[in-house]
Design a protein around this ligand. Structure first.
Ligand SMILES: Cc1cc2nc3c(=O)[nH]c(=O)nc-3n(C[C@H](O)[C@H](O)[C@H](O)COP(=O)(O)OP(=O)(O)OC[C@H]3O[C@@H](n4cnc5c(N)ncnc54)[C@H](O)[C@@H]3O)c2cc1C
Length: 422
């Protein structure tokens, strides 16, 4: 019996532990974090919960056991992430962003790089350290791999002897402030190693410790939702790192490093979308069963309300199993089978926005006020299609490229077969 969605006992325990943690540590602060006007203060207000999350082991769950992490499978992470994000998106997103920042090293780093960069995070039992993936240039993100040398990523790493000298301006670098605005503990910086070479020859990812001269946090952006995650602008000015901080080789391999990191988050963001949709459904269901709104019967007895609840619940179930399958396919193909991960990012993110909006329509006018959590969920959900590689500029483009690859066939993901390309 190869297809079996039954959770193991360990996964059930993980699910209930994550749910209990979320109820205990995140529920009391979720709405408060959202209402703090200053984005930096809001981020700081999430610190204690992040500390507790580190103490509970979540911050090393994605680090392989051979480097003393907990080595969770992606499905395990998705199960926990759904429970956490059902209550609050901020603290788990800070964790996901550290995971994203470390993915280039975990997936494609050499043993020496793993030994150099991962132990700090494994031994950080109090959640003091953050990693960040510095991908988006201030000039844009969608065309990062544009193959005309004057276009694409404009952050440049110039080789000088046995060092890379990095110059560029990044923004939306989640966690890029660290906890004190002096910078993340570690950045993985997307750059090009030669301004005159196209992306296919020059795109690269370089590990940059945040305490180096030339790393400067210049601004903390204010956002519509995800108010307690921090998305600063970060400048890299003549930042010098050893040549062996380069992860993989520049060019096609550098593109793979970037794609691999973004496929990991793509699949897991599906779980965050499910968490947010569940919160909206649970609120709408409770409202519909409780409220009559001056009518003779609870509003759930109106057929349109029942049908909307049905549509919402169908979407939640759809999104969860797509996410689990995407996690399984990505992992079982060693990261090569990313088609479903990308589809998960696109589909679940768009479903989340539709679903919270439908929950608002169901609940009616009060959903537009702070009397209900739905307006917060709406603002939180709206970033899902936009971030982590926008669905328009990055994700659909990735799928388009997959469909054009020699050897692609439409049953690859269904059969679990790895694609014939690297
Ligand atoms: C909360 C949050 C957290 C984030 N965290 C991070 C992070 O940790 N690290 C990081 O580096 N970035 C981060 N980002 C940025 C994020 O990853 C962006 O999705 C990414 O940089 C691409 O943005 P974009 O697609 O809007 O691209 P842009 O380059 O800004 O393009 C804008 C729009 O132009 C159109 N477009 C441009 N080019 C094309 C094209 N070739 N084909 C089709 N349409 C096109 C699309 O409609 C696109 O949406 C974050 C953003 C937010 C809001």
């Amino acid at each position: 019996m190869a297809i079996d969605f039954t959770l193991t006992n360990a996964q059930r325990d993980l699910q209930s532990n994550a749910r209990a943690f979320a109820e205990r540590m995140l529920a009391p602060i979720a709405s408060k974090l959202d209402r703090i006007l200053d984005p930096w203060e809001s981020f700081l207000a999430s610190r204690e919960a992040y500390r507790e999350m580190a103490r509970a082991g979540f911050t090393k769950c994605f680090i392989p056991t051979e480097f003393s992490g907990l080595g969770f499978s992606m499905i395990d992470i998705a199960i926990a992430a759904e429970e956490l994000t059902r209550i609050d998106v901020n603290v788990p997103t800070t964790l996901l962003a550290t995971g994203l920042g470390l993915q280039p090293i975990i997936q494609r780093g050499t043993s020496e790089q793993k030994r150099r960069f991962l132990p700090d995070f494994v031994n950080d039992n109090d959640g003091n350290l953050l990693a960040a993936f510095a991908f988006t240039d201030v000039g844009g993100g969608a065309n990062y791999d544009s193959n005309e040398p004057s276009t694409g990523i404009q952050t440049i790493a110039r080789r000088e002897g046995d060092q890379w000298v990095i110059n560029g301006q990044k923004h939306y670098t989640t966690n890029g402030t660290g906890w004190d605005k002096t910078g993340a503990h570690l950045y993985t910086v997307v750059c090009r190693t030669d301004r005159n070479q196209p992306a296919d020859e020059s795109l690269a990812v370089i590990a940059v410790p945040g305490n180096l001269p030339g790393v400067e946090v210049v601004d903390v952006y204010d956002k519509l939702g995800h108010r307690a995650t921090v998305t600063p602008a970060v400048n890299f000015q003549n930042v010098r790192v050893p040549v062996d901080n380069l992860i993989g080789r520049p060019g096609i391999e550098g593109k793979r490093v970037i794609a691999g990191a973004f496929s990991w988050t793509a699949a897991l963001i599906g779980a965050a979308c499910v968490g947010v949709m569940r919160a909206a459904f649970e609120f709408a269901l409770e409202f519909a069963r409780r409220e009559r709104r001056l009518g003779a019967v609870p509003v759930i007895e109106h057929q349109n309300v029942g049908f909307m609840l049905a549509d919402i619940k169908i979407r939640i179930e759809e999104a969860r199993y797509l996410t689990w399958k995407a996690c399984h396919y990505l992992e079982s193909t060693g990261g090569r089978g990313d088609e479903l991960a990308i589809m998960t990012k696109v589909r679940c993110s768009e479903l989340a926005v539709e679903t919270v909006y439908d929950a608002m329509r169901l609940v009616g006018v009060e959903s537009y006020t702070k009397f209900t959590p739905l307006e917060r969920l709406m603002r939180d959900a709206m970033v899902f299609p936009l971030y982590d590689g926008g669905n328009q500029g990055v994700r659909r483009r990735q799928l388009h490229e997959i469909f054009m690859k020699p050897g692609y066939h439409s049953m690859l993901a269904a059969t679990g077969e790895a694609p014939p390309w690297e």
